[in-house]
Design a protein around this ligand. Structure first.
Ligand SMILES: Cc1cc2nc3c(=O)[nH]c(=O)nc-3n(C[C@H](O)[C@H](O)[C@H](O)COP(=O)(O)OP(=O)(O)OC[C@H]3O[C@@H](n4cnc5c(N)ncnc54)[C@H](O)[C@@H]3O)c2cc1C
Length: 450
């Protein structure tokens, strides 16, 4: 009997596993894939740094060579300059940087770390079914490593007899579902609800040779906002950049283009990107993700908690995914550690967990809803640092989803200004459509630098 079983070895699962193992809990993690494996979600937020410190991960990150990220820049389509923000300037900022990471390496560092902390990790093992009883949970797993049948690793999994097997079951007192967008329990209980107004699609790939600024500006995540889509440029290493576009799924469907062609056309249609990518070379396949905004109606039951994307995900625009995964993984571990000592507190602690995770997701939902209005970007691109609004918005962009009233009232004012912009413009109106002459000038520039 394990104390806690975890489905998924992504950031949410490994964070929870490492913390519970360090608290001397008996933890087992099932991960369907063999790490390292490709995953999207490469730009991290500074509000995860405290958790990484607690986990003792910074040294491993530096050894892995992850790039420090000092902030971001948002640019309107067809303008050359945008609004930059640096994490050091966020309201009561506690750190000046986060990281840009290749997720295959990052997730492996985290999962290996969980194992080093004492969690029992089983890769290439998928959880197929879960049964709940009054005092325990049973997970039915299946391994994808028949060549290892009979090895200690596979025999271990049975936790019963030393016989070769490729499937089996384990019992645990509690379960964390950190299975990401697969959302094993969300599907089993039919509690996964999609946000119909955020049915977007993303097409992305990795490129070498994308132009970037000198110094710390070259570490910023760059977002380019066009009228019906937005783009990201995320520097990953000295050479490599992640480049992607997000738009309504319907717009892509209507284009009838193949994903590779769509991505190429979309990038070429934005002068600011075309300029930066004049010497770029695609070095990965083109990936597609769709319909990624949803939330579970319930984040806990008597014996289970949902963490990370399994609990919900609200659009990639503000790079909140890994932050929310680590945040909820940490909260889930802390709640379970207390519950294991004192089961009568379960109801209260699980309810508190659900409230905190929902609250954080609400902050992003509101921000994301505002982002998809044109007024948001018009106000954002004409910043005036009145009433300390800029540092407050900066703090939320960095992952500050706390209860600070000082930030909350400034965010209300910010949203009021966005609302005001619609009715009585306070900032220049933007078309967010590349102007033909600007585009042709940029294309000429791009062509001449080839
Ligand atoms: C287009 C796009 C861009 C994004 N960009 C960013 C970004 O820049 N920054 C950012 O922070 N976030 C970003 N995200 C979000 C980010 O990818 C996720 O929020 C993050 O990976 C969530 O971590 P997780 O641990 O909850 O889930 P995951 O990282 O998805 O991990 C879940 C794990 O569970 C495993 N699993 C699933 N089912 C089973 C099963 N039945 N049995 C065993 N294992 C199972 C999977 O193999 C997987 O490894 C982006 C998302 C999208 C769609």
């Amino acid at each position: 009997m394990y104390d806690v079983a975890i489905i998924g070895g992504g950031p949410a699962g490994s964070t929870a596993a490492a913390l519970l193992a360090r608290a001397d809990r008996r933890v087992i993690v099932f991960e369907r894939e063999k790490f390292p494996r490709f995953h999207i979600g490469e730009s991290l937020l500074p509000f995860s740094m405290k958790a990484f410190t607690r986990l003792g991960l910074h040294e491993k990150f530096l050894r892995a060579g992850f790039m420090k990220k000092f902030g971001g820049e948002i640019i309107g389509a067809c303008s050359d300059t945008g609004t930059k923000f640096y994490f050091k300037d966020g309201y009561r900022s506690q750190t000046d940087h986060a990281y840009q990471v290749t997720r295959d390496d990052f997730d492996k560092v985290l999962l290996d770390h969980a194992a080093e902390c004492g969690a029992e990790v089983h890769e290439e093992t998928s959880v197929e079914r879960i049964e709940f009883k009054a005092n325990e949970v049973t997970l039915f797993w299946k391994t994808r490593c028949p060549d290892e049948v009979g090895s200690a690793r596979c025999a271990d999994r049975t936790s019963q007899r030393d016989v070769p097997t490729t499937e089996g079951r384990v019992r645990a007192r509690y379960l964390i579902d950190a299975s990401g967008r697969t959302s094993v329990l969300g599907r089993q209980f039919k509690i996964k609800k999609t946000y119909d107004h955020l049915q977007k699609l993303s097409i992305f790939a990795h490129y070498d040779g994308v132009w970037r600024a000198e110094g710390i500006d070259g570490t910023l995540t760059v977002l380019i906002r066009a009228i019906d889509r937005w783009f990201w440029l995320i520097p990953l290493t000295a050479e490599r950049t992640s480049v992607g576009v997000v738009l309504d799924s319907e717009t892509f469907r209507k284009s009838k283009l193949k994903t590779e062609d769509f991505l190429e056309e979309a990038l070429a249609g934005q002068p600011i990107i075309a300029k930066r990518m004049a010497n770029a070379r695609r070095v990965s396949q083109v990936y597609v993700e769709a319909d990624f905004s949803y939330r579970s109606a319930q984040l806990h039951g008597d014996r289970w908690l949902l963490a990370g994307d399994a609990a919900g995900f609200i659009d990639p625009i503000f790079s909140s995914g890994v932050f929310l995964a680590v945040f909820s993984g940490e909260l889930a571990a802390d709640a379970l550690d207390e519950v294991l000592d004192c089961p009568r507190k379960t109801k209260r602690l699980f309810a508190r967990y659900e409230k905190a995770v929902n609250r954080a997701m609400d902050v992003y939902l509101r921000f994301v809803d505002a982002w998809y209005t044109k007024e948001f970007i018009e106000v954002f691109l004409a910043p005036r640092n009145v009433l300390g609004l800029a540092p407050a918005v900066n703090a939320v962009l960095g992952g500050n989803v706390g209860n600070s009233f000082a930030i909350q009232w400034r965010m209300w004012v910010f949203y009021f200004l966005v609302w005001l912009q619609r009715h009585h413009p306070i900032a220049p109106r933007l078309t967010l459509v590349p102007q033909p002459e600007e585009c042709s000038a940029a294309f000429a520039d791009a062509a001449s630098s080839l």
